[in-house]
Write a protein that binds this ligand. Structure first.
Ligand SMILES: Cc1cc2nc3c(=O)[nH]c(=O)nc-3n(C[C@H](O)[C@H](O)[C@H](O)COP(=O)(O)O)c2cc1C
Length: 373
C-alpha cells in the first residue's frame, strides 16, 4: 500500500487531507447510464481529452475509468465503444499536470507482469500520478471474448490475490528476480523488470467490489475501496463491516479509504435537475439494456435482491450508483452525507461529462470547499 513518505510527487490521492472527488466511467459510450437520450456521452477521444483537461485544471482529484470489453445489448449500443484503461492513462498523462490517473485492470485478463510494466510506464510518464483499480471480473461476455471461464465468485479473489502478489512485488524498484508458483499463476520463473514505479513501494491501489470476499480482498491489498452506497443506513453498516474486517486481518497500513460511486445531475434549480433526471432515466431509459444488465449481474454479485428489483431506475440513471440530483447546494448536501457515513471520497459520473463537469466545478466545488470537504 502506498507509503505516505512517497508523497513527494504531486498526486492528490497521496495527500491524506481532503475528501477526494474524481470523475468516473468516462472512457466508454453512455458512461454509467443505460439511456437512449441523445445527450448521452459519446466517449469520443477529443471529448475525453477535453474533459480530462477541465478536470485537471478545475481541481478534481482523480480520473477513474470503468473497464469494459463488451457493451450492453439494448436498444442502443451502450458501452460497446470503449477505450482500454491503461493506455488511456498513458495518453492522459501527457496532457494533464496534477490529477491522479487510475487504470482499471481485470485480473483474469491482464497478466500481472504486463500490468506492472504498464503502470511503471504511466507512473514515470505522469511524474508519479498513476494508480491501479483492481477488478476481479464478473461479466461473462467479457470473458467469452478471451476464451476464459468465469471462475466461482470467491475463487476470483483467490486468483486476484496471486495476481496482486506478483504485481506488487514487481513494481518495487529492487531489480531482485523471483519465482512464483501459485494455484493460478504456475511456475513463473525469474520475474523481474526495471524500472519500478516512481511511487514506492507501489502506486495508489484501489479495489472495486461489494461482497464480503470483495471487502476482504480490498482490506488485504488496497489503499482505497471503490464501492456502492445504497442509502445512509446501508452505507454505515458497510463501512462498519470493513472496519471489522480490518481488525480481523490485522491490517497494519492506515485504514482503508472507502470511495462511493455517485451520479450527478446538477442544474441551477432542483426542479430542472429532477426534470432532466426523469427525461433521461425514465422517459428515455433503454429498457432492453437495463433488463440485460440486471440479468447478467444478478447471479454474480452479492447485490441485495430488493436493490435489483426496486432500483431499476438507478441502473438506467447511473449503474446503481448513489443519485446526486439537484441544485449545487443539494449536491453538496449529498457529498456531506457520503462523508458523514464514513466515505473518504466520491467517484462521480455525468450524463455528458464535457457539458456538465464545468458547471460542477464552477458551482459545486466552491460550496464543497466552504462546507469543509
Ligand atoms: C463501484 C464498483 C465499480 C466497479 N467497476 C468495475 C469495472 O470497471 N469493470 C468490471 O468489470 N467490474 C467492475 N466492478 C465489479 C467488481 O469488480 C466485481 O467483479 C463485482 O462487483 C462482483 O464482485 P463482488 O460480488 O465482490 O462485488 C465494479 C464494482 C463496483 C462495486
Amino acid at each position: 500500500m502506498t507509503s505516505p513518505d512517497s508523497a513527494t510527487y504531486l498526486n492528490p490521492m497521496l495527500n491524506p487531507e481532503g475528501f477526494k472527488l474524481g470523475v468516473f466511467a468516462y472512457v466508454h459510450e453512455g458512461g454509467v447510464t443505460i439511456t437512449k437520450a441523445p445527450e448521452r456521452w459519446g466517449a469520443r477521444w477529443p471529448d475525453i481529452a477535453a474533459m480530462a483537461r477541465v478536470a485537471d485544471w478545475g481541481g478534481m482529484d482523480f480520473l477513474l475509468p470503468l473497464a469494459r470489453w463488451k457493451g450492453i445489448p439494448g436498444e442502443v449500443d451502450n458501452r460497446h465503444w470503449s477505450f482500454e484503461t491503461l493506455t488511456q492513462a498513458a495518453a492522459l498523462s501527457g496532457i494533464t499536470e496534477r490529477i491522479s490517473l487510475l487504470s482499471t485492470v481485470h485480473t483474469p485478463v491482464v497478466h500481472p507482469v504486463y500490468a506492472a510494466k504498464a503502470l511503471a510506464t504511466i507512473d514515470h510518464a505522469s511524474g508519479g500520478r498513476a494508480g491501479l483499480n483492481i477488478v476481479c471480473g464478473w461479466n461473462k461476455a467479457d470473458y467469452d471474448m478471451f476464451g476464459l471461464q468465469l471462475m466461482e465468485h470467491d475463487d476470483r479473489y483467490v486468483h486476484g490475490m496471486e495476481w496482486y502478489e506478483i504485481w506488487s512485488r514487481l513494481v518495487r524498484d529492487t531489480n531482485d528476480p523471483f519465482d512464483y508458483d501459485g494455484t493460478y499463476f504456475k511456475d513463473l520463473k525469474g520475474i523481474s523488470g526495471m524500472p519500478g514505479t516512481v511511487q514506492q513501494p507501489q502506486p495508489t491501489v484501489i479495489s472495486a467490489g461489494y461482497s464480503p470476499a470483495g471487502r476482504d480482498y480490498a482490506v488485504k491489498t488496497a489503499d482505497y475501496f471503490l464501492t456502492v452506497m445504497v442509502d445512509e443506513d446501508e452505507g454505515v453498516r458497510g463501512i462498519a463491516d470493513i472496519r471489522d474486517r480490518e481488525k480481523r486481518f490485522g491490517r497494519r497500513a492506515e485504514p482503508l479509504k472507502p470511495i462511493g460511486v455517485a451520479y450527478v445531475v446538477c442544474r441551477e434549480t432542483r426542479e430542472e435537475a429532477e426534470a432532466f433526471h426523469h427525461y433521461y432515466a425514465v422517459e428515455n431509459a433503454d429498457t432492453k439494456g437495463v433488463d440485460h444488465y440486471v440479468a447478467a449481474r444478478a447471479p454474480n454479485a452479492d447485490t441485495p435482491e430488493p436493490l435489483i428489483r426496486e432500483l431499476r431506475m438507478r441502473w438506467a440513471a447511473g449503474n446503481s450508483a448513489y443519485p446526486l440530483v439537484g441544485s449545487p447546494e443539494d449536491i453538496v448536501e449529498g457529498l456531506l452525507l457520503f462523508r458523514k457515513v464514513g466515505f473518504c471520497g466520491a467517484a462521480l459520473s455525468f450524463v455528458n461529462y464535457l457539458d456538465e463537469l464545468p458547471f460542477f466545478i464552477e458551482r459545486v466545488l466552491p460550496l464543497a470547499r466552504e462546507a469543509g470537504l
